[in-house]
Design a protein around this ligand. Sequence first.
Ligand SMILES: *Cc1c(COP(=O)(O)O)cnc(C)c1O
Length: 365
Amino acid sequence: MPADLAAAAFEFEPSPAPLDVAARGERLLDPGFGRVFTDHMASIRWSEDKGWHKARIVARAPLTMDPSTAVLHYAQEIFEGLKAYRLADDRFALFRADANARRFQNSARRLAMPELPEDLFVESCRALVRADRDWMPEIEGGSIYLRPFMIASEVFLGVKPSAEYHYMVIASAVGAYWKGPPRAVSLWISREHSRAAAGGTGAAKCGGNYAASLLAQAEAIKRGCDQVVFLDAVERRWVEELGGMNIFFVFADGTLRTPPLTGTILPGITRDSLITLARDMGLTVTEAPYAADQWRADAESGKLVESFACGTAAVVTPIGQVTDGDATFTIGGGGPGQLTMSLRSALEAIQRGTAKGPEGWVQPI
Ligand SMILES: *Cc1c(COP(=O)(O)O)cnc(C)c1O
């Protein structure tokens, strides 16, 4: 086994042609999500003989790949998503990056890929943010979204785990995910398609899960809804999650419920953070299955008063309406719920350093 690379070993090769200040400033005024990219990227290679090697921060540039590269055929790919924030005192910080690093290792194991050491993962993110710190938007709700990912880079069409991998981190300046005042989204329950099954890759953050969710998401849009919500693949009864966000239910008695992590649901770090925050507020949070039919009955009887989705990109998104077949039911008053919005504010305040959260969540760069 090759010795692991030290996190300190990142080489910095500055971009010879960073975007000029004026053009950058213009792009940062209204960056949207996932369209404005920074000047650099992190890159680490892995091979069977060398292990992890060649850790660098380099100019962001197109990849040149042989058309037989394994990832293009068998989708051996995993990714992560986390944000760097400007704190109230102007320092930059990552939020729970160690948790992303561990989840990346779990995803790697499931996809038969090598596990990147936690310190290399975190340092790749920190080093990239340091290189591209001028890309932090000044606008309200702005942050730098980091996208670590790893691809099977061996040039070989045989079906087996690749013998070579390329890990990269790209960074995107982002504004608030949803523009304007908080809006509640509408969901479409997919009765035909499922996202993940027991023993599959539902708990791994891999591109393949997203590929499998796109048809159902397109169906949701066609039905006039914003997002699809998936049910379990066996009984087609229990609510699991959205295509890329976890889900919570809020009841009139003040308790919360979220589907349990049974292997088919992605263990969201936002999900985990909100469970912790809600419990710290004295609320009861149950991780237990919830049937789609019960959701509708409880919304109609008034037993359920709020529902929300959560994930790094959009943080906390209120759910206003749900369509199941030809029937549509409304959650609470159809707008953002009170507890939903107070949990969102509590989490954002911690991420931006205006409130103190649990030890270790905010990691200054
Ligand atoms: C990334 C992701 C989430 C949210 O995870 P966070 O760590 O909160 O960003 C939820 N569901 C799926 C399918 C995901 O890929």
